[in-house]
Design a protein around this ligand. Structure first.
Ligand SMILES: Nc1ncnc2c1ncn2[C@@H]1O[C@H](COP(=O)(O)OP(=O)(O)OP(=O)(O)O)[C@@H](O)[C@H]1O
Ligand SMILES: [Mg+2]
Length: 463
């Protein structure tokens, strides 16, 4: 008789063969207590033999390793997250270059299209989506280097409206999207890109749940008050004013035995390759990070509703509206260095549109050779940081050895690789995050060329 542990245990198949052969067996055993709770042990089981060498009993020594295994799993998971971060960071970096091209050509096309044409309105959509992607890339880069997100007062209804527009295009028409948006819901302190992500993840899940039979997706937004009694339901919330965002569906619903797990990272009921199980854990992280709470209610078979509560900012802080003043222009000569030819082309077109003349190089060593021969021909250098042979930063240093007053704008997707002290002591006058946006770049160029301490174009032409 082999008695291993109280309750059930599932024996590894190799164990009996090993013991029957008179050997000692070592390994992990999954066990179940009488109350149904599971635990895992590491067991060493040895046969006890009589004088004749027959097995008459077994002795088993076990150690409960449930916690150790949990810690190990946790470690593996955080290593996995770390790896995802590194991978995502790399992809985001390349994606930035592609986006630079999309954004740049969309801007150029906008400039060359009649303001009231349909094409202009389509281009505006391209532009908006690309801007959103740019923000997402920034977000991925932030995640991969775990920096802070940019929280500021946000009108939630504006983010919701924009996300719904995007969703309508991606969700099948068998799903009816209903909006109940109270535009006076108010402001919350959050990162708009993160809020957008919350909505996209919740609505995508809802759409998946209704994939087979269609249904109704309801997105509601409005003010809410959390009273002292209610705060018992949400121990993490203090009583006060909130904004409530609800996403409801009429899909399959969530079974009671998994509802406690759906916010766990990597928990998914979807087929391999269809879902990562990260959607809700990201949502949960964002909501908590913004000082809010998320709850879910579901009746299996008739749908689910996710409620997000975010603290409302009482004082009305008007959202900054981008003032559409004309772009600042100029006539100076700019040297552009970037190993991506497409980036050079788009930058050239942008800058030529603004009135500048431009010379471009895809190789920083060639660029340096040219600059050394014609140092006075240029008023400004714009260079990428990450280039083979000679980085943008080193190129700037060598160029300034040839002509100490040459200002440099350094473009980078990974600004963390450069430390502030190094930048302060260098000819680099500004760091620009890629992909560049025309307004940002036009402004930076002018402020450098006209800026105090810099030799201005007028000085140079005069001298
Ligand atoms: N609206 C919903 N209706 C029914 N089940 C849901 C709903 N939302 C989430 N779930 C369940 O929760 C699980 C986890 O959701 P989560 O968004 O974290 O991951 P996923 O959707 O499976 O994958 P991913 O979002 O990474 O593509 C889902 O697999 C599904 O079983
Ligand atoms: Mg999901």
């Amino acid at each position: 008789m082999l008695a291993v542990a109280a309750g059930d245990s599932s024996m590894p198949s190799d164990m009996f063969a090993c013991l029957a052969g008179g050997e000692t067996w070592r390994g992990r055993v999954a066990c179940r207590k009488k109350d149904g709770a599971t635990y895992e042990t590491f067991a060493i089981i040895s046969p006890i033999k009589n004088r004749a060498g027959e097995i008459i009993n077994y002795v088993s020594v076990e150690r409960d390793v449930t916690r150790e295994l949990e810690a190990e799993r946790y470690m593996r998971q955080s290593q996995k997250m770390e790896a995802i971060g590194t991978l995502a960071g790399g992809i985001a970096h390349d994606f930035n270059n592609i986006l630079a091209v999309i954004l740049g050509y969309a801007e150029l096309a906008c400039k060359n299209t009649a303001p009231d044409s349909t094409i202009k309105s389509w281009l505006d959509q391209v532009f908006k989506a690309a801007e959103r992607a740019r923000a997402l890339v920034k977000q991925i880069l932030a995640f991969s280097r775990r920096s802070e997100v940019e929280r500021r007062p946000v009108q939630v209804h504006l983010v919701v409206k924009e996300a719904l527009k995007l969703l309508r295009a991606t969700i099948p028409t068998t799903i009816d999207i209903r909006e109940r948006i109270d535009t006076s819901a108010g402001l919350v302190i959050a990162d708009p890109t993160e809020l957008h992500q919350v909505l996209m993840n919740l609505c995508t899940n809802a759409a998946h749940a209704m994939e087979e039979r269609g249904g109704v997706l309801t997105v509601s937004l409005g003010p809410a008050a959390v009273t002292r009694e209610e705060s018992g339901l949400h121990p993490e919330l203090t009583p006060g004013s909130y904004v409530r965002l609800s996403v409801g569906d009429t899909g399959a619903g969530i079974a009671p035995d998994i509802i406690d797990k759906i916010f766990d990272p990597f928990f998914t009921t979807k087929a391999l390759g269809k879902g990562t199980g990260m959607g809700l854990s990201v949502v949960h992280g964002i909501v908590k990070g913004s000082g809010g709470a998320i709850t879910v209610n579901s009746t299996p078979g008739s749908g689910a509703i996710f409620d997000v509560l975010l603290p409302r900012v009482v004082e009305e802080i008007a959202e900054q509206q981008e003032t559409l003043t004309p772009l600042p222009t100029g006539t100076e000569h700019i040297l552009i260095v970037d190993d991506e030819e497409l980036v050079i082309n788009i930058s050239r077109e942008m800058l030529v549109t603004l009135g500048y003349s431009v010379t471009g190089f895809t190789d920083s060593v060639d660029a340096l050779a040219y600059f050394t021969r014609h140092p006075e021909a240029f008023d400004l250098i714009i260079t990428d940081q990450t280039m083979p042979r000679l980085t943008g930063f080193d190129f700037a240093g060598k160029a300034s050895a040839v002509r100490p007053d040459i200002p440099v704008i350094l473009c980078t997707g990974f600004s963390e690789a450069l430390n502030d002290k190094k930048i302060a002591d260098s000819p680099v006058k500004a760091l620009v995050m890629k992909p560049m946006n025309m307004r940002e770049l036009a402004g930076t160029i002018r402020s450098i060329l006209d800026g105090g301490g810099q030799k201005t174009a007028a000085d140079k032409k005069g001298g």
